[in-house]
Design a protein around this ligand. Structure first.
Ligand code: PLP
Length: 388
């Protein structure tokens, strides 16, 4: 079994740091910012409350489920109750539980390529087979592309919009088309909406808002990790029809018993803290512009402006060709050695001619990272004309 390639880069950067090397990491898919003080205080208060010291319900704290139901109702414009929600150890756990509920051994789940490897890993971990589906030139899935990879064993598709690493946001019409296809072929849609707030064009839509009739065949996955800078707290959820919730609850009760109550209280405070994510979004928008401009100023790099997410995902093919390298992994290894800069090679996402660069770091870190890039790579125009 191979390790997650993203975590492998982050681990290598951490190891170098431990040796005293001044590495900047734009590799991990997480906000560098600390969790807000309001949330931390809620966790401290919760830890002092003896009610959090004992076993609790497997499905999750009712107050948190109520709040999640309200949030999902806001996104989908459908009504949800706490019974429709299972609290999980982060969105990754929610994805695993959804696949585990829906997919039998040897059955298939369609995942986007390029796409986040965690989707395929969740499928495999839950006993299914992940089938990559090529996205279009704008990194979006389409019904036509999904149809080319459908088989009698296809049970579900995992959709993530805004996506990682591409930042692609699927517009409403495309979501409707995918939902129609799914309904026609009796395929479930697992909608990973973890980046819902990282939407720079205002085009994010829940697939259930675009196609409410998919309700009985859709699972909405979310969490506080990205939006509230809480990746270490491990709180996520799924909202789904009763048979999925029943399966997820049983699995949670037989394995982890429940998500730690203190963490659930922190997540509840996060969902009530609407100001912090809004402030963060305007920071991310500025950093996205700064990074994409800098990358496009380097010879051999072409970087589209992502509509969402927290990553630039440039095409570095021309740079690789110039240097005689065969893959983004060569460039990533070289950047770590020469610029002390950690990025993730595109291979991790089935996109060998690209790298993923996270911009959810503070301005000064990003500016230093850009200076390091400029110090080791030639400016645009030094070699060949700009191609895109
Ligand atoms: N979904 C996507 C698309 C992600 O990129 C990630 C993390 O990188 C996750 C889910 C996992 O989120 P969590 O940390 O809540 O498990």
């Amino acid at each position: 079994m191979t390790d997650n390639p993203i975590l492998a880069v982050a681990d290598k950067a951490r190891a170098l740091r431990a040796q005293g090397v001044d590495v900047i990491t734009l590799a991990a898919g997480e906000p560098q910012a600390a969790t807000s003080a309001v949330v931390v205080q809620a966790a401290v208060d919760a830890a002092r409350d003896p009610a959090t010291h004992h076993y609790a319900t497997a499905q999750g704290d009712p107050a948190l489920r109520e709040r999640v139901a309200t949030a999902v109702a806001g996104d989908t414009r459908l009504s949800w109750t706490p019974d429709d929600v299972q609290v999980t150890l982060g969105a990754k756990h929610a994805l695993f539980l959804a696949v585990q509920a829906l997919v039998g051994a040897g059955e298939e789940v369609l995942v986007a390529a390029p796409g986040w490897p965690g989707h395929a890993e969740a499928v495999t971990a839950a006993g299914g087979i992940a089938v990559p589906v090529a996205t279009d030139r704008t990194f979006r899935l389409s019904a036509e592309a999904l149809e080319t990879r459908r088989s009698p064993r296809t049970r579900a598709v995992i959709l993530s919009s805004p996506g990682n690493p591409t930042g692609a946001v699927h517009p409403e019409a495309r979501l409707r088309q995918i939902a129609d296809w799914a309904r026609r072929h009796d395929v479930w849609v697992i909608s990973d909406d973890i980046y819902r707030a990282f939407d720079y064009t205002g085009t994010y839509r829940s697939i259930l808002r675009a196609a409410p009739s998919l309700r009985g065949r859709a699972v909405v996955v979310g969490g506080v990790s990205k939006e509230h800078a809480m990746t270490g707290w491990r709180v996520g959820w799924l909202a789904a029809p009763p048979q999925v919730i029943a399966s997820a609850r049983l699995h949670v009760s037989r394995t982890i018993t429940h998500v730690p109550t203190v963490n659930q209280r922190a997540a509840l405070a996060a969902l009530d803290d609407t100001a912090t994510p809004v402030r963060a979004a305007s920071d991310y928008r500025r950093r996205r512009a700064l990074l994409v401009r800098a990358l496009n100023g380097i010879d051999g790099i072409d970087c589209p402006l992502p509509d969402g997410g927290m990553f630039a995902f440039p095409d570095v093919g021309a740079l690789l060709r110039d240097r005689g390298w065969t893959s983004g992994a060569d460039l990533a290894a070289w950047l770590l050695d020469t610029a002390r800069l950690a990025v993730v090679p595109g291979e991790a996402f089935r996109a060998p001619g690209r790298i993923r660069v996270c911009f959810a770091v503070d301005d000064s870190t990003l500016i230093t990272a850009v200076e390091r890039l400029r110090a080791v790579l030639a400016p645009r125009g030094a070699g060949r004309p700009h191609t895109t």
